[in-house]
Design a protein around this ligand. Structure first.
Ligand code: AMP
Length: 286
């Protein structure tokens, strides 16, 4: 029987969220710690735990069929793989930063200066595009201390909250790109014998991703309020409606997008909705 192989980061920032995402997708597998790989009990899938910088090569060469990694590594390595999904976690940006007290105000000020980074290709490409010549020094870790050590005048590093920059007395001056965790596939795997298995796994992943954006909302209101509610909530196309014992009272159940939830709830309260219950959604498969 065919088994698909998925490489994920063994130890690092993406590991916990990746494992959580796989488990939310209904995949059952044992404790991964101290292991090189896990076998799923309920899906023909083997999960390999590797260094994240090795994932682009493993996927491109067909050592594994799929990989979960930061998009930043795709921008840097440009491996010949197919991106299948954005996974909505591991958000960060490749940011150009300078010492807080320095006179560098903008990118122009870095003309001819040295920038320390783990992402030399992406950084060089960015500066080339805007026509500012710079020098690069490649560092594989703790990039943020390079200016203090006198290795460079500036850095280009991944940031999410900006707290590491602040701790190291650095000031962001530009963003090269945004990144998040993505699912990538070997190009042959998605057209060969494993195509259907990969498609089925992607359906599971999409189910979790769609659910992430939605809440299940139950509200108590009157049947007369329905036309007004439809105006407020465009999602309310075919709601589930239950009549209540009290004449004219109903329960409406629907899905609402999380990002607009509070704005809609405020309007719903004004429209004569008596009670609103908001529940998490685990999966939406369409
Ligand atoms: P690491 O565990 O530090 O090797 O980081 C692994 C991946 O986590 C990176 O390649 C990024 O895709 C992602 N990431 C998310 N937020 C950050 C951040 N603030 N700094 C570094 N990497 C981050």
């Amino acid at each position: 029987m065919e088994v698909i192989k998925l490489a994920i980061q063994k130890e690092g920032r993406l590991t916990d969220e990746t494992l959580d995402f796989l488990r939310k997708s209904g995949l059952e597998f044992g404790n991964y710690k101290q292991k090189l790989f896990s076998i799923c009990h309920n899906f023909p899938l083997e999960i390999l735990y590797v260094r994240d910088d090795d994932i682009p090569d493993y996927v491109a060469s067909g050592t594994v069929d799929l990989g979960i990694l930061g998009q930043n590594l795709l921008y840097e390595e440009r491996p010949k793989v197919k991106k299948l999904l954005n996974l909505r976690f591991g958000f960060c940006s490749l940011t150009v930063a300078v010492p807080k007290e320095s006179n560098y105000k903008n990118l122009e000020d870095l003309k001819g200066k040295t920038i320390a980074t783990t992402y030399p290709k992406s950084t060089l490409k960015f500066f080339k595009k805007i026509g500012i010549p710079i020098k690069i020094v490649r560092i594989s870790g703790s990039v943020e201390i390079a200016p203090t050590l006198g290795i460079s005048e500036s850095i280009a590093d991944l940031t999410s909250t900006g707290s590491t920059l602040a701790l190291n007395e650095l000031r962001p001056i530009a963003k090269i790109y945004d990144s998040e965790a993505v699912l990538i596939a070997n190009k042959k795997s998605i057209t060969g014998n494993k195509k259907t298995l990969i498609e089925n796994l992607v359906i599971r992943f999409k189910g979790v991703l769609s659910a992430k954006n939605y809440k299940y909302v139950i509200m108590e209101t009157t049947d007369k309020a329905i036309p007004r509610l439809r105006k407020i909530t465009p999602e309310l196309k075919s709601p589930i409606i239950f009549p209540l014992e009290k004449a004219g009272r109903i329960l409406i159940q629907t899905l609402l997008k999380e990002d607009s939830l509070w704005k809609i709830i405020e309007k719903l309260k004004e429209t004569g909705v008596f009670k609103i219950i908001v529940l998490p959604v685990e999966k939406i498969v369409t």
